[in-house]
Design a protein around this ligand. Structure first.
Ligand code: GLC
Length: 718
């Protein structure tokens, strides 16, 4: 018997038994923070027990709009009213988009995925939770787990990229970091796996747009990260704005109950996205707000974010019989259970102690360093200490964009620029060329005096995040011109790319001698980039998402199934057959990244070339290994990747599926045996009904440095 669970159940039933219907619905109501004169009526609503949770931000796109400093005293006053003056004394659950940092800003989540270092990601989210809970935030709306293959979508920056295995690893890391080892502690914060489900497949990369996802794809690509979050203990999920195959997720029993709860085992509560309940009218499945409320609560949507649809219309829905009070009770049970598990009744108020963030900033620098991906290096990096360096470009003195979108509490003015950090490293050997017009003629003497020219280029944070889709994923024309001009000086050029999303690289990578993709990497981005440029750190990031040659090649992703005809262009097969006018092979493929050394892999060796299905079902695992040798002069970290290919199955399987990665530091001249233990959970797939199956037959196993590796062996499941 799980006494903890039973105690919680007893407490919940005791509370519910005394609650009015309106107070129950109040627990399912999450308005946003009141502004100005709204505050008094807001306090009265809290006093009446009509507010169960508060969204600690203002506006539908909090990730784009500056949010005020958290007024801890105001929220504590709301909490005091709830606890002392409302009919049932139930504490308010305060939630905020603490997506990739609080006062210390860490790299955007897509960059974190590029670190392929879940342990470090988890450590950083522990830092984040300590800072956020100190300001009275009980609940964050992260991890965002939307698998995405379309860089036009601005929200690709918030997620883990194009792979379900990386998505699952990031989900575990973030949930574990945010919730800590005991969710009831005051410095633990509730995680929220979002957006369930399929939002990253928005048609054309246009935000909020419709999606078409087969159940087969949903179970094998989009659901695994959410399963991992649930298994890691996530107690809340946010439903997504989009529809899947004509069903708005907000009001879909199939997705919110049959799949999320029955298939994936989720037992926490589901919160809607902002105003998503009333948007059902515009989506064409409801005619009145009361119908919106009834459809949503009956589908399994427990809490209504911002639009007041539940608090204003659910009582009528109960009276009219379209919603039973039992359904409302079930939703309230889920919310109260989470509040009790989170220790909210024991520590409802914020304390706001003085925090020393030194270690958090060090972790932010470490993660920014490990997230940067070295794409090209033709004898330029690391820059020699004696070299004269010219630094030019719109991101040389940039602060705000380095923080990225969804930065509600980080401060641009506290964010060092690349010029400032490089100055620390290079002193008077650095020549920062402040050419606002990027016209080179006036600066040629500066360039001529340089040995190496660093071009700080990228995209503004305002071109990324929610409601920020773009149709053109190339670098801006003036920055392309800057690269072309740099080339005319005959100097070694380094492109440092401060982008949030993946961009099309065909037009720029050829003109640069070295390219480092540094994303929007947070408070310590500039210091991390400087460390990499001058060799203090060796780059070790890998791409969690494909970098295409051009936007018109989208969608282009590595875990694609084979065609029956010779057009598997991702893997270089007859790309001329794909388009007659261009080669849609990736500019840089999934899992790709260079370091300042070289690594050699031995052929993979498996302890056996056969394993029985019955042994796998009984839990037997099989080990496959490769020796990885650092043949260069620099100690560095290599991310050794394990892929499989199920060459013949009852349904088509991808040409490569990532099933393991290990980031390993290997000394110059050293060799490390890297092993992967694989078993039942690694060798199967979900069928169209969502059943996990492992089938007999041959499975290729690849161990290499990115998805294109042909370093393989084979096992047979018999
Ligand atoms: C936004 C986003 C969601 C966010 C919520 C609260 O519209 O879609 O990711 O958590 O509203 O700000």
């Amino acid at each position: 018997m799980n006494t903890m669970t039973d105690d919680v159940k007893v407490r919940v039933e005791k509370i519910i038994s005394k609650m009015s219907l309106r107070a129950k619905i109040g627990q399912l109501n999450q308005p946003e923070t009141p502004v100005g004169s709204e505050a008094e009526e807001f306090k009265n609503a809290v006093r009446r027990g009509e507010i169960g949770s508060v969204l600690m931000s203002v506006g539908a796109t909090a990730g784009n709009d500056a949010q005020g400093e958290i007024n801890v005293d105001f929220y504590n006053e709301l909490q005091r009213i709830a606890v002392e003056e409302s009919p049932d004394g139930i504490p308010i659950l305060f939630g905020r988009d603490v997506i990739h940092g609080h006062k210390t800003v860490f790299p955007i989540p897509l960059a974190m995925a590029a670190s392929f270092n879940p342990e470090l990601v988890g450590k950083c989210y522990r830092d984040i939770a300590v800072e956020a809970t100190n300001d009275g935030i009980h609940w964050t709306f992260t991890p965002m787990l939307d698998l995405c293959r379309d860089p036009r979508w601005g929200r690709i920056i918030e997620g883990p990229g194009e792979d379900p295995y990386v998505g699952a690893a990031i989900a575990r890391a973030i949930v574990g970091g945010v919730q800590g080892d005991d969710i009831s502690k005051s410095d633990s914060m509730l995680a929220c796996a979002k957006h369930f489900i399929g939002y990253g497949a928005s048609e054309g990369g246009r935000d909020y747009h419709r999606t078409e996802i087969s159940d087969y794809s949903l179970y094998n690509y989009y659901l695994p990260a959410f399963r991992a979050a649930v298994k890691a203990g996530a107690l809340t999920v946010m439903s997504s704005f989009n529809d899947v195959n004509g069903q708005p997720v907000t009001s879909s029993k199939k997705y919110l109950t049959d799949i999320l709860r029955d298939k994936a085992g989720f037992d926490g509560f589901v919160v809607s996205d902002y105003d998503a309940v009333t948007q059902l009218i515009k989506q064409g499945v409801a005619e009145t707000p009361e119908q919106c409320a009834a459809l949503s609560i009956n589908a399994g949507l427990d809490m209504d974010m911002h639009d007041r649809c539940y608090i204003d219309y659910l009582e009528n829905a109960v009276k009219s019989g379209t919603v039973s009070e039992a359904v409302i009770d079930e939703a309230v049970r889920r919310v109260l259970t989470v509040k009790i598990k989170a220790g909210l009744f024991e520590h409802p108020f914020a304390e706001r102690k003085e925090l020393d963030r030194t270690s958090h900033l060090a972790d932010a620098r470490a993660l920014a360093t490990e997230s940067a991906v070295l794409l090209k290096n033709e004898g330029v990096l690391p820059i020699a200490k004696s070299a004269k360096v010219g630094l030019i470009g719109p991101f040389a003195n940039e602060r705000r964009s380095l923080l990225g979108s969804w930065t509600l509490d980080g401060k641009a003015e506290e964010t060092p620029t690349l010029a400032e950090e490089m100055r620390k490293a290079a002193g008077d050997k650095l020549n920062v060329i402040n050419s606002s017009t990027l016209a080179w003629d006036s600066t040629n003497k500066n360039i001529a005096a340089s040995d190496v020219v660093v071009l700080a280029i990228g995209e503004s944070w305002t071109a990324t995040g929610e409601s920020r889709a773009v149709s053109d994923i190339t670098i801006s024309a003036d920055q392309k011109a800057l690269i072309k001009k740099a080339k005319t000086y005959g100097k070694k050029t380094v492109g440092v790319i401060f982008c949030g999303r993946p961009i099309a690289m065909e037009e720029i990578s050829g003109d640069l001698d070295a390219v480092v993709y540094v994303w929007h990497a947070g408070s310590e981005a500039a210091g991390a980039v400087s460390d990499i440029l001058f060799g203090v750190s060796s780059p070790s990031g890998r791409l969690p998402v494909t970098l295409p040659r051009r936007a018109t090649h989208i969608p282009l992703y590595y875990n694609v199934t084979s065609s029956g005809r010779p057009v598997d262009c991702y893997y270089g097969e007859n790309p001329g057959n794909c388009y007659v006018d261009s080669m849609p092979v990736p500019c840089y493929p999934f899992g790709f990244g260079l370091t300042y050394t070289e690594f050699e892999y031995s052929a993979p060796v498996c302890e056996s070339d056969k394993i029985s299905l019955s042994d796998l079902e009984a839990g037997k695992r099989i080990t496959v290994s490769a020796d990885v040798k650092n043949t260069g002069a620099v100690t560095a970290k290599e991310t050794v990747q394990l892929y499989i290919r199920d060459v013949c199955a009852s349904l088509m399987r991808p040409m490569r599926e990532l099933k393991g990665f290990k980031k390993t530091q290997i000394a110059s001249g050293g060799t490390v045996k890297v092993s992967f233990d694989i078993g039942y959970d690694d060798l199967g797939f979900y069928d169209e009904s969502g059943n996990y199956v492992v089938e007999k037959g041959k499975i290729k196993l690849f161990i290499g440095k990115n998805c294109l590796t042909e370093n393989q062996t084979e096992i047979e499941i018999i």
